[in-house]
Design a protein around this ligand. Structure first.
Ligand code: NAD
Ligand code: UFG
Length: 339
C-alpha cells in the first residue's frame, strides 16, 4: 500500500518522506515545485537508497490529481502538506492563498472520495489559536482571530475537513497543529530553503551565523516575556516528521477527526535562541532590536500531552540538536538546494 504525500518535496514533506521510507512505507509524492526543487528527490535517494515515485502536478488541477490516484490504486492514506505558507506574502496575495490552499484541499477530498481513500493527515498550524487565550496551548483552547489570509486558510480547511467527515464517518482525519518547525536532517543533505530573505527566525539566524547576512533584526524587546522578546515552541523537523508516522498508524485503527498540538512544550525567546545557537555552534549571531512585526504574538507554546498520551509521540531532539542541524545544513548548502 502507498501513502500519497502532497507537498512532499517541501521542507517538512521531504523529511517525512525519509522517515516513512525508513519505516518501510511507500510514499508517492505530488508537488507542483512552486516552493521546492526536484533535486530534493536525489537527496532523499542518497539518504534512504530509495527514490520515491514523484508527480510534478498542481493539486488545483483536478485532471492531473485524478491521474495520480487513477495510476496508483494502492494509495491508502494521504498526508497533505501542499500549500502556500508565507504569512506576509498572504497579506499581499490573498486571492492566490485562498485559491491555492482551499481548492487544492477540496480537489484532494474529491479524489479521496472517488477512489475510496479514507485516511488523511493535514498540516495545520498553531496560528489557528491567534493570540492564544491560555498558555500552554491545549487542543481545547479556543481558536482565535487570525491576522492574515494564510492563517485563515488553515482555520477554514480545518472546518472543511470536520464537515467532510460528517457524511463520511468512516474517514480518519488528523489535524496536526504544528508549532515552529526548525532544524534539518542530520546528514546536512536536506533542510529549509526559503526563497529570498527569510521570514522566519531560524533560517535568518543560520544565514547571519554563516556570514550571508550581517545581523539579525529582533522584532521587538518590549513583549511581556522573560526578556521582552517573542517566545515560541521550536520543534526539530525530524521530530515533526515522526509525528506524522504516529498519526498515520492511529488513523489506520480509528475513525473520526482528531486534533493534536505538535510541539515540545518548551518556550524559547528570540534572545534565548541567539544564545543557544552561539553556544551550540561556536558562531556569533550579531543582532539589532527593531520595531515589533505586525501580527506577532508575545508567547506561543504547546501543551503537547495529548500527542504523547494518544499517539505515543513526543519530541526527542533538544535545542542543541536543532541549532547544530540547522547550521550544518546551511554550512553544507550555503545557497540552499541551488548549486
Ligand atoms: P514548503 O513550502 O517547504 O512545502 C510545501 C510544498 O507544497 C512545496 O513543495 C510547494 O511546492 C507545494 N505546493 C504548494 N501548493 C501546491 C499545489 N497547489 N499543488 C502541489 N504542490 C503545491 O512548506 P513546509 O514548511 O514544508 O510546510 C508544509 C505544510 O506545513 C504547509 O501546509 C504549511 O502551511 C504547514 N505549516 C508549516 C509551518 C512552518 O513553519 N514551516 C508551520 C505550520 C504549518
Ligand atoms: N523574529 C525576529 N526576527 C526575524 C524573524 C523572526 O525577531 O527575522 C521573531 C518573531 O518576532 C517571533 C519569533 O522570532 O517572535 C519567531 O518568528 P517566526 O517568523 O520564525 O515564526 P512565527 O511564530 O511568527 O510563525 C511560525 C510560522 C507560521 C505559523 C506560526 C505558528 O512561520 O507559518 O509559526 O505555527 F503559522
Amino acid at each position: 500500500m502507498s501513502i500519497l504525500i502532497t507537498g512532499g518535496t517541501g521542507f517538512i514533506g521531504s523529511h517525512t518522506v525519509v522517515e516513512l521510507i525508513e519505516a518501510g512505507e511507500t510514499p508517492i509524492i505530488v508537488d507542483n515545485l512552486s516552493n521546492s526543487k526536484e533535486i530534493v528527490l536525489d537527496r532523499i535517494q542518497t539518504i534512504t537508497g530509495i527514490r520515491p515515485k514523484f508527480y510534478k502536478a498542481d493539486l488545483c488541477d483536478m485532471t492531473a490529481l485524478d491521474t495520480v490516484f487513477a495510476e496508483n490504486p494502492d494509495i491508502e492514506s494521504v498526508i497533505h502538506f501542499a500549500g502556500l505558507k508565507a504569512v506576509g506574502e498572504s497579506v499581499s496575495l490573498p486571492l492566490q492563498y485562498y485559491y491555492n490552499n482551499l481548492v487544492s484541499t477540496l480537489n484532494l477530498c474529491e479524489c479521496m472520495k472517488k477512489y475510496g481513500v479514507k485516511n488523511l493527515v493535514f498540516s495545520s498550524s498553531a496560528t489557528v489559536y491567534g493570540d492564544p487565550a491560555e498558555i500552554p496551548i491545549k487542543e481545547t483552547t479556543p481558536l482565535g482571530q487570525t491576522t492574515n489570509p494564510y492563517g485563515e486558510t488553515k482555520k477554514m480547511i480545518e472546518r472543511i475537513l470536520v464537515d467532510v467527515h460528517k457524511p463520511n464517518p468512516d474517514w480518519s482525519i488528523s489535524l496536526l497543529r504544528y508549532f515552529n518547525p526548525v532544524g534539518a536532517h542530520e546528514s546536512g543533505l536536506m533542510g529549509e530553503d526559503p526563497k529570498g530573505i527569510p521570514n522566519n527566525l531560524f533560517p535568518f539566524v543560520t544565514q547571519v551565523a554563516t556570514g550571508r547576512r550581517p545581523y539579525l533584526s529582533i522584532f521587538g524587546d518590549d513583549y511581556d516575556t522573560h526578556d521582552g522578546t517573542g517566545v515560541r515552541d521550536y520543534i526539530h523537523v525530524v521530530d515533526l516528521a515522526r509525528a506524522h508516522l504516529c498519526a498515520l498508524k492511529r488513523a489506520r485503527k480509528v475513525t473520526g477527526v482528531e486534533v493534536y498540538n505538535i510541539g515540545t512544550g518548551h518556550g524559547y525567546s528570540v534572545l534565548d535562541i541567539v544564545k543557544a545557537f552561539e553556544e551550540a555552534t561556536g558562531k556569533k549571531v550579531p543582532y539589532k532590536v527593531v520595531a515589533r512585526r505586525p501580527g506577532d504574538v508575545a508567547t506561543c507554546y504547546a501543551d503537547a500531552a495529548k500527542a504523547k498520551e494518544v499517539l505515543g509521540w513526543e519530541a526527542e531532539f533538544d535545542m542543541v540538536a536543532m541549532c547544530r542541524d540547522a547550521d550544518r545544513w546551511q554550512t553544507m548548502n550555503p545557497n540552499g538546494y541551488d548549486a
